[in-house]
Design a protein around this ligand. Structure first.
Ligand code: ZN
Length: 313
């Protein structure tokens, strides 16, 4: 298949990102914008008066802050990523994913239902459908100008053909969350994983010029979704969260055969922030001794190269 994207640079700050040139799933030349927050979920999102929303991208520039929020203007409902075709994908298999997910997700998204104390069970086959929906959105959002495409094309193709997330290298969690003031609706943190072998080949140079792994968070109404993907399969598939306020965060991918008693303990702002950033913080702890070296190497990196964290497991 022909290449479906090209790496280009943002106008305002020259930062690199991948821009889709063809449908990122089937390769068709015609493209449309895909909503990251599906139309059917819009009535559960904060009021229309919301003019700004936050998208966190961790660029992990050691010479600057660890992470920063990108303030996007406009309503989050209108956020679309030009990346998929209308005929084969948007109106085809992706519509089927939306139709399957909608009735399962709405009771979890509905904040009023949560406040009324309504409970439900999320069965294993329903967990799989939510995971598929979440992974689909995560794959699409990677082509936003503020993100980075870390997913290999074969994995997008796998999702399109089987309507299920790839068997390895992906992990998805969900939790019931009542927002008070935590600002993130979508957060995205790309990072670079290198195997010990690759690590050895690179020697002491900590400046990297691409990412291959990703952590992303999506909050829709009272549903908190967290998606991890990386070639470090074991690391992310066995990752466990311990939210500080004891909120429940349920892993739904890799698939489980246990049904979830929803909502469990409702996540607080602190829990949400912890889940969104914990793996990244772990990486920082792991590479902390290398930070100084990284800063030095970043300052000598060739012009245009972005110094990223590298991490080892
Ligand atoms: Zn397509």
């Amino acid at each position: 298949m022909a290449k479906t994207f090209r790496t280009t640079r943002r106008k305002h700050d020259n930062a690199p990102f991948q821009k889709a040139t063809h449908c990122i799933f089937c390769g068709a030349p015609q493209m449309n914008g895909e909503h990251i927050f599906s139309r059917w979920s819009h009535k559960f999102l904060p009021s229309r008066s919301m003019k700004k929303y936050d998208v966190a991208r961790v660029d992990a520039k050691p010479t600057q802050s660890d992470r920063f929020l990108i303030k996007r203007t406009g309503d989050i409902r209108d956020w679309k990523v030009q990346s998929v075709c209308e005929t084969n994908c948007n109106n085809g298999w992706m519509r089927r994913v939306e139709n399957l997910a909608r009735p399962i997700m709405i009771p979890l998204i509905d904040r009023d239902a949560l406040l009324r104390g309504e409970t439900t069970r999320v069965l294993p086959h329903q967990q799989k459908i939510i995971a598929t929906w979440a992974v689909l959105k995560a794959m699409v959002a990677e082509f936003d100008a503020h993100s980075w495409a870390t997913t290999h094309h074969s994995q997008r193709k796998y999702l399109m053909k089987r309507l299920t997330p790839p068997a390895h290298g992906w992990a998805v969690w969900i939790g019931a969350y009542l927002r008070v003031s935590w600002p993130t609706h979508w957060g995205s943190s790309p990072f670079l994983y290198l195997s010990p072998k690759q690590e050895a080949r690179r020697g002491a140079n900590l400046a990297a010029t691409f990412y291959n792994s990703h952590s992303s968070t999506q909050v829709i109404g009272s549903l908190f979704i967290h998606v991890l993907r990386s070639p470090a399969h074991d690391y992310i598939e066995t990752w466990k969260f311990s939210p500080p306020d004891g909120g429940s965060i349920f892993r739904i991918w890799p698939p489980s055969d246990v049904s979830i008693s929803w909502p469990g303990t409702i996540m607080t702002d602190r829990d949400a922030d912890y889940v969104a950033t914990d793996l990244y913080d772990d990486l920082l702890r792991k590479v902390a001794p290398l930070i100084k070296e990284s800063i030095e190497s970043a300052s000598t990196a060739r012009s245009g190269a972005t110094p990223f964290w590298r991490w080892r497991v």
